[in-house]
Design a protein around this ligand. Structure first.
Ligand code: DQQ
Length: 470
């Protein structure tokens, strides 16, 4: 186990992983698939890795779910979704092949179904492909991929990401039997160049939140489904400010308890090309998040509470006096959760800075800086690593508008090379850092100007999740 591999975040057993795919829960068991290269820690030969869990925290890796069918000209199984239809589960995904079946102009949408009740093996029936670009007639759609399927009262719908007339788009299709599909039109179109991994959460009264990954920060918009279009957009927002430096290609599902759960990939982008050690793995999942819709159309996100079962030894500080001189806490860990609660008035016009992975010599530290004046939160990675070639650009996010004198809640999850920050369950930032010194495990606090009193700070050392191979 190397020091950079997260201990309570999901990672593949070895080699490359990217987007989460087709999550669902059936008979209590959660299933997760993910984009996976089974033979190298770099993107290529894309399969669907497969794992199961009872709690979204501890996982059992299974043999892969989908492999490219070379005998049918397929070379990659790109991203997609799962549909639970009674006791049967169907996977929809984008099939990329050789030559004309390339990702830009020749993608096809394929389906696979479970060939046993144990949901351990998957079969691609002869009806494939279930959708081809011919559906669009003369309409020029390109980079057409990542199906998401859901049920409306009058049948099934599918949205697909891609590019239409040079701009990112989600196209919409319908079917009565999940096999024969017809094209309806543009569900919604944006200004970005491409939309990947579109996903939708439906809410009451035709409200819906559409998520998409436009080769940068994952975005969402809240609107109304009206004649198979997303209209009356009430809110545009950023799911996570990490972008390719920390959080991308999110997808979700509704679990058996009715929770809307969002998963996202945390890329290893910041390692750069000439990383300091050869690792046999790349990529992790951010913590699964429960998504709720606020009256103003914004979404609230917080990690599934099951993660709290991994909380170990507890450090508690009340009415903590913090000043502009850095104060070390007694926590020394590289896998922990930390929760600060503060009164806005107590902080006044200054920022609070929480240093993670800090070395006693002061040469390595990663700073989470919360500034209520500029209304920004930043993960400052400039001193995160002595290794010169990792990405150290800051990851910065806007804070939600303060609602009266509501206290500020800053929640940080640190896990070896992962940092996830949640402010008031609304602003989320995920970033990767790669400290080099063995003693870079301190947690320290300071303010930017003068003394302030933090109502409470709690920290828990986190136990490793039980992630094993079957
Ligand atoms: N990753 C997949 C695509 C998707 C992209 C390929 C997003 O299906 O558009 O591995 O990271």
């Amino acid at each position: 186990m190397d020091r950079y591999r997260p201990r309570y975040h999901f990672t593949a057993p070895r080699n490359w992983m990217n987007d989460p795919n087709g999550p669902f829960q059936l008979n209590g068991e959660y299933h997760l698939f993910y984009q996976h290269n089974p033979s190298k820690p770099e993107w290529g030969d894309i399969h669907w890795g497969h794992a199961v869990s009872r709690d979204l925290v501890n996982w059992t890796h299974l043999p892969y779910g989908l492999a490219p069918s070379h005998e049918r000209g397929e070379i990659h199984c790109y991203s997609g979704c799962a549909v639970v239809d009674g006791d049967e589960v169907k996977l929809f995904y984008t099939s990329i092949g050789e030559g004309d079946r390339n990702a830009t102009t020749g993608a096809e949408q394929w389906m696979a179904h479970s060939s046993g009740r144990d949901l351990r093996s998957w079969h691609k029936p002869d009806i494939n492909p279930v959708l081809t670009l011919n559906l669009h007639g003369e309409t020029y759609v390109q980079d057409w991929r990542d199906p998401y399927v859901w049920k409306e009262t009058d049948g099934w719908r599918m949205i697909l990401g891609g590019i239409y007339e040079g701009k990112g788009v989600a196209m919409i299709y319908k079917s009565e039997d999940l096999e024969n599909w017809s094209f309806i039109g543009v569900f919604h179109q944006g200004e970005e160049h491409i939309w990947e991994c579109p996903h939708l959460f439906r809410f009451e009264e035709d409200k819906a939140v559409l998520f998409y990954s436009p080769s940068g920060q994952v975005r969402y918009m809240t609107g109304t489904i009206n004649g198979d279009k997303l209209t009356d957009v009430q809110m545009h927002g950023t799911v996570d400010f990490g972008g390719m430096q920390g959080y991308y290609a999110s997808t979700g599902f509704v679990d058996e308890a009715g929770r809307r759960i969002l998963l996202g990939w945390s890329p290893e982008e910041a390692r750069g090309k000439d990383f300091l050690v050869n690792l046999d793995w790349a990529g992790a999942l951010a913590l699964p998040r429960v998504v709720q819709l606020k009256p103003n159309g914004a979404i609230a996100m917080s990690p599934v509470p099951e993660i709290e079962r991994l909380r170990g030894s507890h450090h508690m500080f009340q009415q903590l006096r913090v000043s502009s001189t850095k104060v070390d806490t007694d926590l020394h860990s590289t896998s922990f959760e930390c929760l600060l609660e503060m009164d806005r008035d107590a902080l006044g016009v200054q920022a609070i800075i929480v240093s993670l992975f800090a070395s006693p010599c002061g040469r390595e530290h990663t700073d989470v800086r919360l500034d209520l004046v500029s209304n920004k939160v930043t993960i400052d990675r400039s001193s995160s690593s002595l290794f010169p070639d990792v990405n150290k650009t800051p990851v910065e996010g806007n804070l939600p508008q303060a609602e009266g004198s509501e206290p500020v809640k800053l929640r940080i999850f640190a896990d070896q090379s992962m940092i996830e920050v949640f402010v008031n369950d609304e602003t989320c930032l995920t970033a990767r850092v790669y400290p080099t010194l063995e003693e870079s495990n301190g947690l320290a606090l300071q303010t930017s100007l003068s003394e302030a009193v933090i109502s409470s700070m709690q920290a828990w050392e986190m136990k490793a999740a039980d992630i094993r191979e079957e």
